[in-house]
Design a protein around this ligand. Sequence first.
Ligand code: URA
Length: 242
Amino acid sequence: MSDKLRLDKAVAHNYDVSRTVAAALIRQGRIRVNDEIITDAATKILLTDTIAFDEYEQQAEQGFAKRYFMLNKPAGMVCADRDRDLPIVLNLFYEQNHAEQLHCVGRLDQDTTGLLIVTDDGDFIHKVTSPKQQIPKVYQASVALPLKEHDIVLFARGLKHPDEKKRYAPAQLELLSERQAQVTVTEGRYHEVKRLFECIDNQVLELKRVQIGLLRLDEDLEEGEYRPLSAQEVQLIMQDNA
Ligand code: URA
């Protein structure tokens, strides 16, 4: 039997992540082998070599450190602790110890995909989801009808939905193509992005969250995959460009 194995395979096994995520962590220079940063995923290592992933080590040293994960949420799953009829995103975390202590930070609709934070830090969930914080959240939307330059002005003014009393806070709309746009909102109201497009007589067909604060969705994560966040990445969630 060979006593050597590929680094990406070893990292995937040690840290319960897919080979794609393992390769990304290696490329980003976050994995050390015998205290040396190795950035080539195909490197062959010995079974006796020590692998270290900084964030995991720091957390282990702190003992009861909280856990934070970035998930690329797939469509068809709900952000709830339990549901009688539908699969919950937390089921994806079955390999984590104490998975029952993990919760979603805020909610994405069943059909929305993209960036979702999952953690066991209740204070953090409270802070990030509080409307007072006004943390910007960035979405990419595909819509049914062609968008107009003037829609940017309407979003920026703050829209009023015919079925709701309270106006929506100003939102930033950026046109990506005829029927695709990027929307930045800070309020976090129920179905906010879908409602905003209803206000201009349009309809969201697909919705993906790509950023919270200054934290971007890691494009190396396939839908349904997750990876741990570094301490620096957790900080980015609470920051904006202002
Ligand atoms: N706005 C929506 O309409 N849906 C989401 O899932 C998130 C924001």
